[in-house]
Design a protein around this ligand. Structure first.
Ligand SMILES: [Zn+2]
Length: 124
């Protein structure tokens, strides 16, 4: 019998409507101002993802910028985009400042959790 683990303890659930790719932080900010339900991927000239920018899913209004570029000496999140461009990040994001939101982003949907053990990596 196959059993799949499912996390049931989320307390909010936010689906972003679309994701898009831009080349700069200022383009990312403009895009999110225009449409807060967009996840923006900032990419390098060679097309690899550098960071992921989106409005915090808990509704606090802050814009989060998640580093997904693997450079020597710095940790980053693992980034995936499916064929439709939907974004997933691993591991979860747990803000240590501001609203302290803790959530997983999977296929453009953020699920916020409570009562979970700390993730290994954190946003700053
Ligand atoms: Zn927040």
């Amino acid at each position: 019998m196959k059993r799949r683990f499912r996390q049931r303890f989320y307390y909010y659930n936010k689906r972003y409507e679309r994701s898009t790719r831009v080349k700069s932080q200022s383009d990312a900010n403009r895009t999110i101002e225009r449409d807060p339900r967009t996840i923006v991927v900032i990419e390098r000239d060679d097309g690899t993802a550098k960071s992921v920018v989106f409005q915090c899913p808990d509704g606090c209004g802050e814009v989060l910028r998640i580093n997904v570029a693997h450079t020597l000496g710095s940790r980053s999140w693992r980034f995936r985009a499916d064929v439709r461009g939907r974004v997933s990040l691993y591991p979860s994001v747990w803000r240590t400042t501001g609203c302290h939101a803790h959530f997983f982003l999977t296929l453009n949907t953020a699920r916020g959790y409570e009562n979970m053990p700390p993730p290994k990596w954190r946003t700053r």
